[in-house]
Write a protein that binds this ligand. Structure first.
Ligand code: SAM
Length: 498
């Protein structure tokens, strides 16, 4: 180690130690450091708003304190959005850089930069020779300007690039705060905050708890303003418990337009979110099923919705028969098939799931058996978790009298399990009960956790091979003592807050 770098090291350690010691103290800047007052770039852009440009140059004195956390003003209880109420001045430590070695300087300054929405932390002087860099006051708390300047200089061989540190009074406005910050500023401290939101195309949907309803307009407006590409914010009016798994909703901000376009699994979907089921949280599960499929396989999608399993499967050149009872889902499904140019692979039906299995699926299987096209795997997807298992007994005897030894039909059925210690075991037992057949271990491919729907309520998938005896025999009539019947589900489709 050279003498120079040893001295630098000792100095650095000393300064760092002092910074730590002083972290709890009030920050102060040394006399002689210039203070200028400017306005943030976001404010400058916003010509329509109250513009307050101060030009007074101040000299800092050692008693001047720097507010250390840059957060919006507190506006508790505001229910109608008043954007100008979010303007606030902060004194921001600013490093002036000389005309050379900027990249070294930025590497050193990076951890201290002030990162605020719509604020560029670096400005260049008009002649292009000087740069001004805003630092986060919270990170400098307790350190004097001289000490900090020393610290910066000691970290670079060309310390002269750090010319001085001043404090600039910067006016931040509504545009500078994130939606979380503005919501925090508005909502009372003693209530549970908005936990999250879901975005579907240009639409944000919320499931506001009762205590947040008085704030629904302002919450909607803040999200509309802050979340990029949002045009509509809706709030659910009920949990999903109707047949078609959609929910009543109220537009609380933006345009009254619930027809959205969404990219999913390399396909583009369009649908009216107010009339069909779509859950962005199922993306991973859709993908898992797509990973099981290969070109030439056959997929029967019993509760297809607008096609998130079926349409991408068509893109994979899987032969798909997709069904949904909701006429609106069926229409959007047909449109999505066309839109994604998979009409050669995906056919749509508008039937009850049981009828679909006993007619369309049955006839397709018979036709394939008769023409000998059965070497490929067959998949049946049943995503209607509240009641899908009740449709399993429809598979009994659909291939009565047929030779099915070489048929490989995998069923992927979804269910909810509530409050069970071993939810996977519970899901499997539920499937066996409802199918009316004790599946052997080697007939069960997977019991997979899909997602948590509400506290203690899980969504699961049971993937199993349809036994030959189920396909070719009538369902046995159980005249013995009835086995313990498990409840299918008291859980509606989505009880989570969003
Ligand atoms: C939970 S959604 C699943 C949609 C889609 N498969 C997905 O993964 O997002 C269930 C779908 O089943 C449809 N559905 C409800 N009852 C049905 C029934 N008896 N027969 C066929 N479809 C039904 C609903 O309209 C809804 O689109």
């Amino acid at each position: 180690m050279t003498g120079f770098s040893r001295t630098r090291d000792i100095l650095l350690r000393e300064v760092l130690g002092r910074i730590q010691n002083k972290l709890q103290e009030v920050g102060r800047l040394q006399p002689g450091v210039q203070k200028r007052t400017i306005i943030s770039s976001a404010m400058e852009k916003d010509k329509g708003r109250d513009r307050r440009q101060k030009t007074k140059e101040l000299i800092l004195d050692s008693t001047k304190h720097v507010a250390n956390v840059v957060t919006p003003p507190v506006c508790k209880g505001m229910t109608t959005l008043l954007r100008s109420a979010f303007d606030k001045n902060f004194e921001i430590p600013t490093v002036t850089l000389g005309s050379e070695n900027w990249s070294t300087a930025f590497t050193i300054l990076k951890p201290y930069l002030l990162k605020i929405r719509n604020l560029k932390p670096v400005r260049v002087s008009e002649d292009g020779k000087t740069k001004y860099v805003y630092l986060n006051p919270a990170l400098l708390k307790g350190t004097s300007a001289d000490e900090f300047l020393e610290l910066l200089r000691s970290q670079s061989d060309t310390g002269e690039v750090f010319q001085s540190i001043s404090v600039e009074s910067v006016c931040f406005s509504y545009d500078n705060w994130s939606h979380d910050q503005v919501l925090d500023s508005v909502l009372p401290d003693d209530i549970e905050k908005l936990s999250s939101y879901s975005k579907v195309g240009h639409l944000i949907h919320l499931n506001l708890r009762d205590h947040l309803l008085p704030y629904k307009d302002i919450i909607g407006q803040i999200l509309l303003d802050k979340i990029p590409s949002t045009k509509t914010v809706v709030n659910k009016l009920n949990t999903i418990d109707n047949t078609f798994r959609n929910f009543q909703m109220e537009v609380i901000a933006g345009e009254n337009d619930t027809v959205v376009t969404v990219k999913h699994a390399k396909c583009e979907f369009q649908f009216d979110f107010a009339h069909v089921y779509w859950n962005p949280r199922l993306g991973t599960e859709h993908e898992r099923i797509h990973c099981l499929l290969e070109r030439g396989d056959v997929l029967y999608d019993v509760f297809a919705g607008v096609g998130p399993f079926a349409v991408p499967a068509g893109k994979q050149k899987v032969q798909v028969l997709a069904n949904d009872l909701n006429p609106k889902s069926f229409e959007w499904l047909q449109l999505n098939i066309k839109k994604n140019k998979v009409s050669d692979y995906v056919k749509a039906y508008n039937l009850d799931g049981r009828d679909f299995i006993t007619t369309v699926v049955q006839q397709d299987l018979v036709a394939r058996l008769e023409s000998g096209q059965i070497s490929q795997p067959f998949h049946v997807v049943m995503n209607l978790p509240a009641i899908a298992v009740e449709f399993l007994d429809a598979f009994w005897n659909i291939l009565h009298g047929k030779e099915v030894d070489d048929l490989n039909i995998l069923v992927h059925v979804y269910c909810f399990v509530k409050g069970a210690e071993n939810y996977k075991k519970e899901a499997l037992e539920l499937v066996k009960d409802q199918l009316g057949f004790q599946l052997e271990e080697d007939e069960v491919n997977e019991v997979a956790f899909v997602r948590n729907v509400a506290p203690n309520k899980e969504m699961l998938r049971v993937s199993f091979k349809l036994p030959k005896i189920v396909l070719t025999s009538p369902k046995p009539v159980n005249d013995g003592p009835s086995p313990k019947k498990r409840k299918v589900s008291e859980v509606t489709e989505d009880e989570s807050s969003v």
